[in-house]
Design a protein around this ligand. Structure first.
Ligand code: SAM
Length: 324
């Protein structure tokens, strides 16, 4: 439990700051601040953190990045951590461009859930937002569904005039495939051109837009996964849409249950707060698990009441370096 009585049992682990896409909202254009490979935690170090965190009561672990599927030993990491006592669920956040061949082996390794970023279905808009090829993502989604994961969710970041017109096609796609779709407000975590007030598209407007085409029925008891989305069922299409209003929902942090581990071994108690504690040094110089646990406990104590995004937050490390 943190200092504000919130149960924090969810650790998001970035396994790399590298990515094979270049999302407008995530990585500054021409970004060159890549970490050196020796700075990344090794598989053994990640596994050790998970073991100690699970002993403390962390239950849910999500592997992210950068793009986690570009890390070569990802399957080994999944296989080992999903078997650690106390670990209830291992999930993955991915752009799915490499999932077509990896979905089945990941499932076999013990991965339970997959969140897939899909900001547009239109190939040109998708390319403009991410630099990638939407056909690869669609193949990845098909493979994830076929692999039989417990849950596959779609995530889209809302950007006015960028992917606004893609909202309805995304809803229809989500309904057709029976996959929950989450619409996420743009957060000022990175210094990129897209992060302007003009591009900000609040979830309330997205709801209004969808309400022009379908009836939104609140699903207060629906909790899919461990995240902060508020879910609505669309009466006619049948789509289940979650809204993540990190910026406009003033109660957003009240139920926060997570901390982050960056690829270079920093524990970050809150995405929207620059505070980080160095765990890598402890992992590399201290043999005792108690020392690792002490850093995790200290991070838990330092977890702020709420993010600082609304307080003239100055982005520092880009999202790709922190882990989404
Ligand atoms: N590469 C993987 C992916 O595409 O999902 C995992 C990492 S990505 C940073 C994880 C999530 O962070 C994605 O769903 C992405 O949409 C979200 N994200 C990144 N930058 C964001 C921003 N500035 N505002 C809101 N969400 C953001």
């Amino acid at each position: 439990m943190d200092s504000f009585g919130r149960t924090v049992d969810y650790l998001r682990i970035s396994v790399t700051d590298r990515c094979n896409e270049r999302c407008l909202y995530c990585m500054p254009q021409g970004y060159k601040g890549w970490e050196q490979k020796p700075d990344h935690l090794t598989a053994e170090e990640i596994i050790r953190v998970v073991r100690v965190a699970a002993e403390m009561g962390f239950r849910k672990f999500r592997l992210t990045g950068g793009e986690p599927l570009v890390r070569r030993d990802l399957l080994d990491i999944v296989r080992v951590i999903s078997g650690i006592p106390g670990v209830a669920c291992v999930g993955l956040s991915t752009n799915a461009t490499k999932l077509a061949t990896l979905a089945q082996p990941l499932h076999a390794a013990g991965l339970r859930t997959v969140n897939i970023s899909l900001d547009a279905l239109n190939a040109d808009i998708y390319h403009r937002v991410t630099g990638g090829n939407v056909a690869d993502v669609l193949a990845g989604i098909r493979a994830a569904v076929a692999a039989g994961f417990e849950r596959v969710k779609l995530n889209a970041v809302l950007m006015r005039d960028v992917n606004e017109q893609e909202l309805w096609p995304l809803v229809l796609f989500a309904a057709e495939h029976g996959l929950p779709l989450r619409l996420i407000e743009l957060m000022p975590i990175t210094t990129t051109d897209v992060l302007t007030d003009k591009n900000f598209f609040p979830v309330s407007e997205a709801m209004d837009l969808l309400a022009q085409r379908d009836e939104l029925i609140a699903q207060p008891s629906v909790q899919i996964g461990w995240g902060p989305a508020k879910y609505f069922k669309l009466r006619h299409t049948g789509a289940l849409v979650g809204f993540i209003g990190a910026m406009t929902n003033l109660h957003f942090c009240e139920t926060c249950n997570k901390m982050r581990l960056t690829a270079d071994g920093k524990i970050r108690p809150c995405l929207g707060d620059h505070g980080e504690l160095d765990l890598r040094d402890t992992l590399r110089h201290n043999v005792s698990d108690a020392a690792v646990r002490a850093v995790l406990e200290s991070a838990l104590r330092q977890k702020p009441l709420e993010h600082s995004f609304r307080n003239q937050f100055k982005p520092c490390r880009p999202m790709t370096a922190i882990g989404g």
